[in-house]
Design a protein around this ligand. Structure first.
Ligand code: HEC
Ligand code: HEC
Length: 202
């Protein structure tokens, strides 16, 4: 089983999500009926990801301002059991395609705010140089606002950025994009901390 998961290679995110979004259009009629329960679901997310989508909890990512495509893709991977987030397992399993769509669009519209973690300007400056060398902006956009399946890094929590960058470098989770692991390969822990301070500072 472990072997199967490790060898599982997902099609490019845009193919997955696009097929999925199109399929969802057929169910659009149900969206109205589900609107109350959707508000309740957003309330559930808020407990961990913050009232306004900006997380105040350690190592829990903010969702505010994330490209809807990225969020949709990650929720889809979670619901299908490819990306495993234990804290969310019981919630995502009941989400319908319409829910994933509406939740993703909801969070995209919320303004991304900096967390109250301290950001070190010298580290941020060093991080900007590393980001330029490694061309992080070629995928995440120069402003690091993210696009399509590439997440927003700007104003994301420092502790989450550090943890997730280490995981792409050391042990990419099943379903994670291999392009990202290649982009961070060989970075030192100090480089990763600097990159996180840079992204959070934007
Ligand atoms: C009990 C806490 C908890 C709840 C409730 C919760 N999440 Fe999460 N969520 C997490 C944690 C922890 C992570 C980070 C997992 C990791 O480190 O990979 C996460 C990650 C995510 C991610 C990936 C973001 C990224 O930047 O990689 C998305 C998208 C997400 N959650 C959406 C939601 C939505 C939508 C809801 C409500 C339907 C929700 N979550 C409810 C704890 C929670
Ligand atoms: C070739 C395109 C590409 C390049 C270059 C790239 N990334 Fe990524 N990055 C991605 C993709 C795609 C994802 C989403 C991966 C997934 O599905 O798990 C991602 C995800 C991330 C995440 C996870 C954020 C979250 O909220 O879960 C971080 C952090 C990140 N990238 C930082 C960086 C940094 C820092 C650099 C430069 C060192 C960089 N990326 C360069 C494509 C890229």
């Amino acid at each position: 089983m472990i072997g199967i998961v490790a060898n599982w290679r997902r099609p490019p995110a845009f193919v997955l999500a696009a097929a999925f979004v199109c399929a969802s259009q057929f169910h659009a009629g149900h969206a109205q009926a589900q609107s109350t329960s959707l508000a309740e679901k957003i309330q559930l997310c808020s407990a961990c990801h913050g009232e306004d989508g900006n997380s105040k909890l350690e190592k829990i990512p903010s969702l505010a301002g994330q490209p809807a495509f990225f969020t949709l893709n990650q929720l889809f991977l979670m619901r299908e059991g490819v990306r495993k987030v234990e804290a969310m397992a019981s919630i995502v399993k009941d989400l319908k395609d319409d829910d994933l769509n509406t939740l993703s669009q909801h969070f995209e519209k919320l303004p991304a705010k900096r967390s109250d973690e301290p950001v070190d300007p010298a580290l941020a400056k060093h991080g900007a140089e590393i980001a330029a060398t490694r061309r992080c902006g070629s995928c995440h956009l120069p402003s690091l606002a993210g696009q399509e399946q590439m997440p927003r890094l700007a104003r994301q929590r420092v502790d989450y950025l550090i943890a997730t960058l280490k995981s792409y470098r050391d042990s990419p989770r099943p379903g994670a994009d291999t392009a990202m692991s290649a982009a961070i390969a060989g970075a030192s822990d100090a480089d990763i901390v600097a990159l996180a301070h840079y992204a959070a500072s934007l």
